[in-house]
Design a protein around this ligand. Structure first.
Ligand code: SF4
Length: 309
């Protein structure tokens, strides 16, 4: 067995993967890599080395297989603790706390007979089109947060934190398998598909869009205590003369809707740590469940390897 590495001359052409798929593969970013740092000089490997247009594949000194496997065992032991999640990992950041866009309550045509009539109509429009939407506007931000920052913790697809960690472990298992004669390891030795308990109620509720959604509106509302009437002061009116020389009035409630958006943005900003703490309390249980399952499975894999050395 010899050490192998791909040097910086590699142009990512992928010829080596075609020639020797047992030893060459792509990482998640699409870069060519070796599956193990030690390989046998098979005919396919030598063909890949010869075919590499950049002469980027370097074969080094003979390696001690037993020692290399021990190194992989140590690496797997260090991965047994699993993954962690902190508030920083699920930050409710600027993208969610910047001022909220509130649809304008609009500007009327000149259709009111007095300034007080126009102001009342402006206030009614503000309440029905803007203020009554406060819960929906908060929910929109919380939902964006859930499907962007929290989703990797409640899915099993390739974007999940679990899949990414599983891949890291599977890469080491694959490297071990290269060092051991075929048939000595179980057929599923290289696969590592571990997830939290998907029957967990929190897992199910997050997948249904519950918990971090409606329940979190209250957290933001605690920071947003303005009544609709407090925005009356931002509703303007204007007048002009009609064709008979009589005054007619309109309203402009766009300042009121803009101010509401600013206040909602501030409320979201003030609620940031409570939102993160709430989300973390749900996710931690899932991560703990994943780590328990990971430890059990990894201990079995390590025991299987230890039998061979
Ligand atoms: S054949 Fe050579 S240049 Fe092409 S991807 Fe493989 S190592 Fe890189």
């Amino acid at each position: 067995m010899k050490k192998i590495k791909i040097n910086e001359k590699c142009n990512q052409c992928g010829v080596c993967i075609v020639k020797c798929p047992a030893y060459f593969t792509e990482d998640s970013a699409g870069n060519v890599k070796v599956v193990s740092s030690s390989v046998n000089e098979t005919a396919e490997l030598l063909s890949a080395v010869r075919s590499c247009p950049e002469k980027a594949i370097e074969l080094g000194a003979e390696v001690n297989v037993k020692t290399t496997i021990q190194e992989y065992i140590s690496k797997l032991e260090s991965l047994k603790s699993g993954i962690t999640v902190t508030r920083n990992d699920i930050a409710f950041n600027e993208a969610y706390t910047r001022n909220v866009y509130v649809p304008s309550a609009g500007v009327s045509g000149y259709s009111y007979r007095s300034s007080s009539q126009a102001e009342r109509a402006g206030y009614d429009a503000f309440v029905s089109r803007c203020y009554s939407q406060v819960d929906n506007l908060i929910l929109e931000r919380i939902t964006d947060y859930r499907v962007t920052e929290i989703k990797p913790y409640y899915t099993t697809d390739s974007t999940s934190v679990y899949s990414k960690n599983n891949q890291k472990i599977a890469d080491v298992l694959k490297a071990v398998s290269v060092l051991v004669s075929s048939g000595k390891l179980s057929s599923d030795f290289c696969s590592f598909d571990i997830y939290p308990d998907t029957n967990d109620i929190v897992w199910k509720m997050l997948n249904r869009g519950e918990i971090i959604g409606d329940n979190f509106i209250g957290i933001v509302k605690r920071e947003f205590s303005y009544s609709a009437s407090e925005y009356k002061t931002y509703i303007d009116w204007d007048d002009m003369e009609d064709y008979r020389g009589k005054s007619i009035y309109n309203y402009n409630a766009s300042d009121a809707s803009r101010e509401l958006g600013n206040d909602l943005g501030n409320a979201l900003r003030y609620a940031k740590s409570d939102i993160e703490d709430g989300a973390l309390s749900y996710i931690k249980g899932l991560v703990d469940s994943y780590n328990r399952n990971l430890k059990t499975c990894l201990e079995k894999k390590i025991a299987e390897i230890k039998k061979l050395v």
